[in-house]
Design a protein around this ligand. Sequence first.
Ligand code: A3P
Length: 298
Amino acid sequence: MESQQTPEILDYRNENGQGWSFYKHNGLLRTIRTTPEADMEMIRNVQKFELRDDDVIIAAYPKCGTHWLWEIVTMLRAGNSEYHKKSKEIAMLGMPKFERANELPSPRVLNSHLHFCHLPEKLVEKRIKTIFIMRNPKDVSVSYFNHVNGLKEIFHFDGTYSEYLDLFLEGKVPGGGYADYVKDWQQAKQDNPDLPFLTLFYENLKKDPVKNIKTVAEFIGESVTDELCEQIAEACSFKKLKVADTEVKEEMADPTHIIYRKGEVGDWKNWITVAQNERFDDVIDRNLEGTGIVFTYE
Ligand code: A3P
């Protein structure tokens, strides 16, 4: 079995030494933060992680609005628009010390950037409500570049956006290819029709937060007033969350604003050249062919 052998190391750094080394797990590229063995052990622990019937889980590729949605769902479950004292990392499957989520009272709002096959084995059997959020890949690439570039001590990336884009379009970034991730979850949804599954788009949440918050509330079975949905939308607006993040959160706050950076649709236009844009469209069209997914870019 793949996971029991010493995995092959795939060094995908570019000629300037920028980028990452990977190994493959279940056919998926995983970055090597310490060792493949440690990563495989972490995945096994996530797969064995005990879910509770009333858990909700948010699944998202990095930079698709996970923090934002986690705050929204957490408020909906609490029935008020008060900020949680902890940030979503406390309940993030795949993060170091993710077992801390065991200490959280129910109902929990879990979240993860892991692929479906790396999540707890009981997810389908327990019919855990799963919310999947996507964002247009051009803004994801810009947001992700700023994230890895801003957290150099963690990601060890010191290249340009252009260098990052080359790696992103080939799926050689932490978390693997964006299109692969999206297709993995689409497949999971198709293969498991009994899994309660809601798909959201970052751009729709931005355009009409109240409507989307109502949709989420209905999906997770919370009966809420229009007034509360409006209050949550307001409390979770980009500006307010950014302030709350540093003023309210007890740990894992983001004083350098790498998470709460810009919060806009279409920032990619400030970064991507015409030639890069053509290549981007080409790669995304090819990689997402047949999925029926249509992204909003502005
Ligand atoms: P930008 O880097 O484009 O600003 P994640 O939580 O998955 O890491 O995603 C982070 C992205 O979501 C960042 O994108 C961040 O600014 C954006 N975001 C966070 N809160 C938001 C909000 N309330 N409204 C809009 N965007 C938000």
